[in-house]
Design a protein around this ligand. Structure first.
Ligand code: PLP
Length: 354
């Protein structure tokens, strides 16, 4: 374990905690009293600090706005019945953040800022972690380019922030989706494996068209044949064929390596279920549906953990699922929830104490 360094803290004069209605917490709308801030300049990270959540001002020429050097993460903290606070798998988010940084020609962030800073910030604002079942504190690390220049090049200056947002139980209704064949989210050699801001801006039109047609999301496919399945919206996707579960492999760099995806695969394998990480195309899914082998489809991600899919459309073929008869997806969800609540052992040290 590294030496713990103390990050300087400027506390709020008056907490806003009492102003928040913890019974109504739309995702990502409210922010806690404090945030962490660190700046990169002259080739190194300067001393990080924790300060009141506040407006920050910039010159209009900062490069992140023009050329999109911006990456983020999504992590969650929980509080158990004894009031102890835990962060779920933050080291995996640190690893992925630095993979995104490398792809976007940005500096990597050290553990003492990302992990220690997160722990100290969450510790300071621990009262903001809703103690209720299924509630959590969403943690948003973000880094962006701050050079004030219009030349297209990698910035020399960056800002790193960690924001905290209390969230209620993220109920995600079973989703209606279709196979996307017009727009592309990611292609080999691109940035699909990175959590860079531009990927999300680029996906909004496809989602809007899906909504217009009465769907919730799209199932992304490869850029060449629009057949090989990638992800559902901003979640990883799993197909259950009887006792075998299949999820698209990460090899081509077109899929975001979800921490929840990894948790789901691990929990399934612990239960003796076969999980195949491989290429999977829509014809195989349609064939399995026709023969009755396809029993469940679900998505995974930090916000909702697991979202069931009740309808999948490909051309004029529509597959429908009675999600109340799903068994694997709810079982995995239950195991992950009980682990977080301390009702089940955590053999891999996924819960990091604050
Ligand atoms: C963040 C994200 C996921 C889910 O990753 P988790 O680590 O499980 O939250 C999946 N797909 C995309 C495109 C994402 O941005």
């Amino acid at each position: 374990m590294m030496e713990t360094m103390d990050i300087p803290v400027i506390r709020v004069k008056r907490s806003r905690l009492a102003e928040i209605d913890f019974d109504h917490l739309p995702f990502g709308k409210f922010f806690s009293d404090h945030m962490l801030e660190a700046d990169y300049a002259d080739g190194e990270w300067k001393l990080a600090s924790i300060k009141p959540y506040q407006v920050i001002s910039f010159e209009p020429s900062i490069m992140a706005l023009h050329y999109g050097q911006a990456i983020f993460e999504g992590v969650k903290a929980y509080r158990n019945k004894n009031g102890e606070a835990f962060i779920f798998r933050p080291f995996d988010n640190l690893r992925r953040f630095n993979i995104s940084a490398e792809r976007m020609e940005m500096p990597s962030i050290p553990e003492d800022i990302f992990i220690e800073g997160m722990r100290q910030l969450v510790g300071l604002d621990r009262e903001w972690i809703p103690a209720k079942e299924d509630y959590s504190l969403y943690i948003r690390p973000v880094m962006f380019a701050t050079d004030t220049s219009l030349g297209v090049k990698a910035s020399s200056n960056y800002k790193f922030l960690i924001l905290l947002s209390p969230t209620g139980p993220y109920y995600s209704a079973p989703m209606k989706i279709y196979v996307e064949e017009k727009y592309t989210r990611a292609s080999p050699g691109g940035v699909g494996f990175a959590k860079n801001a531009g990927n999300y801006g680029a996906s909004l039109k496809a989602t809007a068209e899906a909504k217009n047609q009465g769907y919730d999301q799209v199932l992304w496919t490869d850029a060449f044949e629009h057949k090989w399945l990638q992800e559902v919206g901003t979640m990883n996707v799993f197909f259950v064929f009887g006792n075998t579960v299949v999820t698209p492999s990460l090899d081509e760099g077109t899929i975001l390596a979800g921490v929840t995806r990894d948790s789901v695969i691990t929990v399934l394998r612990d239960q003796g279920i076969t999980v195949e990480e491989r290429r999977i195309n829509i014809e195989e899914v349609v064939g399995a549906n026709r023969s009755g082998k396809l029993t469940e489809i679900f998505g995974s991600g930090t916000a909702a953990t697991i979202s069931y899919i009740k309808e999948l459309k490909y051309h004029d073929y529509t597959m429908t699922f009675d999600t109340s008869s799903f068994s694997l997806a709810p079982a995995v969800k239950k195991i992950l929830t009980e682990m977080r609540e301390g009702k089940r052992p955590d053999p891999r040290g996924w819960l990091v104490k604050v």
